[in-house]
Ligand binder design. Structure first.
Ligand code: G1P
Length: 296
């Protein structure tokens, strides 16, 4: 069965970006001129997933409004014959079939994914975390879906990180296969000395629906939260005919953590430099700015 649905948990509080995120969802912070979350939805659509379920929480209304029509704005732009901006405004609405489910109590990422069970049904599905922005020039999701189609089971996106950063991520123990790795164990946010590798889970997953039954029985783990990583450990141990098996793609492209201020700034600069309109003048200014001792 092919993968057609994307689940995007967006119920997090965004405390790393306060005060900007006091009244604005972190997913709505602009990366150049689009909210970070639009890149994530565009990535899902580019991989062929046009059914997107947001698992939301309180104070995420601006996100829902962004993917809905804004009739007054569209009318005003139409009256001015501003077709370029009209197309930009309509783009977010026309991208995908968007659905919402509220998480209620924020009990962890595993709990957020479990909220999607009814919508997803008995099909494999993708999970994309809103904080992780994969550079659109380095797509990885289609490769993950292809791996699922070849082998069944679930597929993670892994990335080598400096060992001193591994405590920020789920960490995978793996064995090498031909063009991918087989995940043998996972630890959520281990101390550096306990980490079995420097392979971090990046926020892209292709999951077998067997994960739902496991999540229903997964007790709170690290931080008192129901961890998706803990359910994945169980999936890795499950036989293939019960939806088990976890593989990984090792991603080497550009990825930003838009919940981290430095990584966010890097995302804005790198993606702006890639734009035809902004790239050349920004590059020129950046070079002058750095050459002049930051005085221009
Ligand atoms: C979550 C997962 C973690 C993963 C990370 C990727 O953690 O629990 O395994 O490595 O996303 O961004 P969070 O960053 O939500 O705390």
């Amino acid at each position: 069965m092919s993968v057609t649905k994307a689940v995007v948990p967006v119920a997090g509080l965004g405390t790393r970006f306060l005060p900007a995120t006091k009244a604005t969802p972190k997913e709505m912070l602009p990366v150049v001129d689009k909210p970070a979350i639009q890149y994530v939805v565009e990535e899902a659509v580019a991989a062929g997933l046009d059914d997107v379920l947001f698992v939301t929480g309180r104070s995420k209304r601006p996100l829902e409004d962004h993917f809905d029509r804004n009739v007054e704005l569209e009318a005003a732009l139409r009256a001015k014959s501003d077709h370029t901006r009209l197309a930009k405004v309509a783009a977010a609405t026309d991208l995908a079939r968007i659905h919402y489910v509220r998480q209620g109590d924020p009990l962890g990422l595993g709990h957020a994914v479990l909220m999607s069970a009814q919508h997803v049904g008995n099909e494999p599905f993708a999970v994309l975390l809103g904080d992780d922005l994969i550079d659109p020039r380095d797509p990885v999701l289609a490769e993950m879906i292809a791996l699922r189609e070849r082998h069944g089971g679930s597929v993670l996106c892994l990335m080598e990180v400096p060992r001193e950063h591994i405590h920020l991520y789920g960490c995978a123990a793996v064995t090498e296969a031909d063009d991918h790795v087989v995940v043998t164990d996972l630890i959520e946010k281990p101390a550096e000395e306990d980490a079995p590798s420097n392979l971090a889970i990046i926020g892209r997953y292709v999951l077998d629906p067997a994960v739902f039954d496991i999540l229903r029985e997964t007790p709170p783990g690290r931080g008192g939260e129901i961890q998706l990583t803990d359910a994945l450990v169980r999936l890795a141990q499950l036989p293939a005919d019960q939806g088990g098996g976890v593989r990984g793609v090792v991603f080497t492209g550009r990825r930003y953590d838009t919940g981290d201020r430095l990584s966010y700034l890097q995302a804005v600069i790198r993606l702006a430099l890639d734009r035809d309109d902004l790239g050349p003048p920004l590059r020129e200014w950046l070079v002058d700015y750095l050459d002049s001792g930051n005085d221009t």
